[in-house]
Design a protein. Structure first.
Length: 345
């Protein structure tokens, strides 16, 4: 894909335009997936974990594999691991639309299991990074293979556990009318039409999400920011925009479990992408000899996920206004991570 050269001002304008398209497509996709879940009688947490998270992760998939082909280790790892804390902060931001602590709403304990498995996989990745990926097979680190196997096991466990319903939601708000920009005509559309519209929204998220990445990199180059800092902040933010719009939209229509599973599922995908990136990165194991920012990003990912795990277990918790204390703590931890990234850049 050849993109003509642009000035800094033009890059910012193009970035904003592509972001608007991704925002609209992500919002539309959240409504479509919610409606499809109702029609096919599928759990919305499962739809968020397997469908919505995969669709919104398409820009990360393409960006990660492209950077791996270009042999850019720092860009791959900073984008992936830096995006974990950012996407968890996105869930915290969506709490402002939830009219109460979002972690009060799940009816099942599977969200706590998602968070626990995510913390476990992040911890495994952190251990591998600190050990330096000592075991290598055909240029691919066994650590990244282990992460891929653990991801498959985690999805299998979550799928089996989804049938249980141990919890009840607390402090549920009164339902509101479907908010703008809810698409009209969904009830009259057939299943095939909704599926095609979902695929079109996914294609728009992928195409314009990749363009966002291109212009984010140009803004970084033209503004003189460091590559590592850009990968863990601006680039991660650009590729996480679909998660932002879909999560906020899901919360606005009351699909709280889908919003939570969307973020946790996306973060699990961010981890498993290390394996294909390692295969494409031919200079050695991709988790070997990583800069300090990678360990820092993994550590902050563990911290924000653990905060939400506590919030899911503690069913009634303090709130600041209409926002749960756990979401406030996640946002504060994310801001602290930005300061830490800038410090070690």
């Amino acid at each position: 894909m050849h993109i003509p050269a642009t000035t800094l001002t033009q890059s910012i304008f193009c970035f904003a335009f592509c972001a608007a398209i991704v925002w609209f497509s992500g919002a539309r996709l959240a409504y479509l997936v919610d409606d499809l879940a109702d029609r096919f009688k599928m759990a919305k947490s499962l739809m968020g974990l397997l469908v919505l998270s995969l669709a919104t992760s398409l820009p990360e998939v393409a960006t990660t594999l492209s950077a791996a082909i270009q042999q850019s280790r720092d860009l791959v790892l900073n984008n992936l691991f830096g995006g974990i804390a950012l996407q968890t902060a996105i869930l915290a931001m969506s709490d402002f639309w939830a009219r109460g602590a979002i972690t009060n709403y799940p009816r099942k304990a599977n969200h706590a299991l998602e968070a626990t498995l995510l913390v476990f996989l992040l911890s495994v990745a952190l251990i591998i990074v600190n050990l330096g990926e000592t075991f290598v097979l055909w240029g691919v680190g066994l650590g990244s293979c282990l992460i891929a196997l653990l991801y498959v096991a985690a999805i299998w466990l979550l799928r089996r556990y989804d049938a249980s319903s141990d919890w009840v939601p607390v402090d549920l708000p009164d339902p509101d009318p479907l908010p703008f920009p809810a698409p009209s005509g969904l009830a009259e559309s057939g299943n095939a039409s909704l599926i095609w519209q979902s695929l079109a929204a996914c294609a728009a998220i992928l195409l314009f999400g990749l363009l966002i990445v291109v212009f984010a990199q140009r803004i970084a180059d033209q503004s003189g920011l460091g590559t590592g800092f850009v990968g863990v902040t601006l680039l991660a933010a650009a590729t996480s925009l679909p998660e932002l719009t879909t999560s906020i939209t899901a919360v606005r229509i009351g699909a709280y479990t889908m919003a939570i599973s969307n973020i946790f599922g996306s973060n699990l995908i961010m981890l498993v992408l290390v394996f294909p990136a390692d295969i494409l990165f031919r200079a050695g194991p991709i988790l070997q000899g990583t800069p300090p920012m990678v360990s820092l990003a993994l550590s902050f990912g563990i911290a924000v996920t653990a905060i939400y795990l506590i919030g899911l277990i503690v069913r009634r918790k303090p709130k600041l206004g209409f926002v749960g204390l756990d979401s406030i703590l996640v946002l504060l931890t994310f801001l602290a991570s930005m300061a830490a990234y800038y410090y070690v850049r």
